[in-house]
Design a protein around this ligand. Structure first.
Ligand SMILES: Nc1ncnc2c1ncn2[C@@H]1O[C@H](COP(=O)(O)OP(=O)(O)O)[C@@H](O)[C@H]1O
Ligand SMILES: [Mg+2]
Length: 247
């Protein structure tokens, strides 16, 4: 048997590197994700891993993207730099545009990634201004509103919550993301409300799924995620007016 190397940074799946490619478990949602990855490949968009097939153990095989995944537990300064954020928002715009008006989006505006986060982003290097080169972990992808991904991106990449202290700087970077994406005024007006919607739904989802026995959610709950997500929510709620004024 070939050697398998566990890849760090995930909380949900057992992800390994074997014979030069990434292996991940499949689930009921996998066929949709594979259609999406194939769509990106056909359209020549290289901001997502290429699907290489199913391996001998029934796992999905993805191309390993050589770079640096932002999995540091502290602040990943490069992931939050202006240049990196601008490139990231541009990549999100690119794949949203590629999915709008396709069968994949159905009646929705586009297909959302739904888990845009530093730990799901491969950067060229871990230095200042590092460009993101690919978005990984498309398990949560589904038809949705463009704004949902932008709100999730702001929450995760700007750490909208504790221990963020500088509201003005955070608001400036939120605006930078909106400008780079090209978010219109109506959606900007709903951005902070949508961050709160995500945070609320996220901690409740973890609690509910853990209570139903989902082992990954039990692990995340026991690490304290619902408590710190509620802290994030409280911070955003308390600073809502200042953030909205800057957008
Ligand atoms: N295609 C890829 N290229 C490079 N690294 C990857 C790739 N896919 C996954 N990884 C690494 O494996 C980790 C876990 O993978 P991910 O797909 O995010 O699983 P999970 O669902 O558990 O979050 C990522 O944080 C990243 O470090
Ligand atoms: Mg992940």
């Amino acid at each position: 048997m070939s050697h398998e190397v566990p890849l760090p940074g995930g909380f949900i799946n057992e992800v390994v590197l074997k014979d030069g490619s990434v292996r991940r478990p499949v689930g009921p949602h996998t066929p949709f994700v594979h259609r999406l990855l194939e769509h990106f490949e056909r359209r020549g968009w290289d901001g997502a891993p290429r699907l290489l097939g199913i391996d001998e153990d029934g796992r999905e095989k993805l191309r390993f993207i050589d770079g640096h995944v932002a999995i540091e537990s502290g602040r990943s300064a490069y992931a939050e730099s202006d240049a990196s954020l601008v490139r990231l928002a541009t990549m999100v715009r690119e794949f949203h545009d590629l999915c709008a008006d396709t069968d994949l989006a159905g009646d929705a505006e586009t297909v959302c990634h739904n888990d845009l986060a530093p730990k799901n982003t491969v950067y060229a290097h871990p230095g200042p201004g590092a460009p993101p080169i690919a978005l990984i972990d498309w398990d949560g992808a589904a038809p949705g509103e463009r704004l949902h991904d932008i709100a999730h991106l702001c929450w995760e990449f700007l750490r909208l919550g504790t221990p963020v202290t500088d509201v003005g700087e955070t608001a400036r970077r939120m605006r930078l993301v909106c400008d780079a994406y090209g978010l219109d005024a109506d959606r900007r007006a709903r951005l902070v409300e949508t961050v709160l919607w995500w945070q609320d739904r996220c901690w409740r989802g973890i609690e509910d799924r853990a209570a139903a026995g989902d082992p990954a959610m039990i692990r995340i709950r026991d690490l304290g995620a619902p408590v710190w997500i509620r802290g994030d929510y409280d911070w955003v709620q308390a600073n809502r007016a200042a953030l909205e004024a800057a957008l």
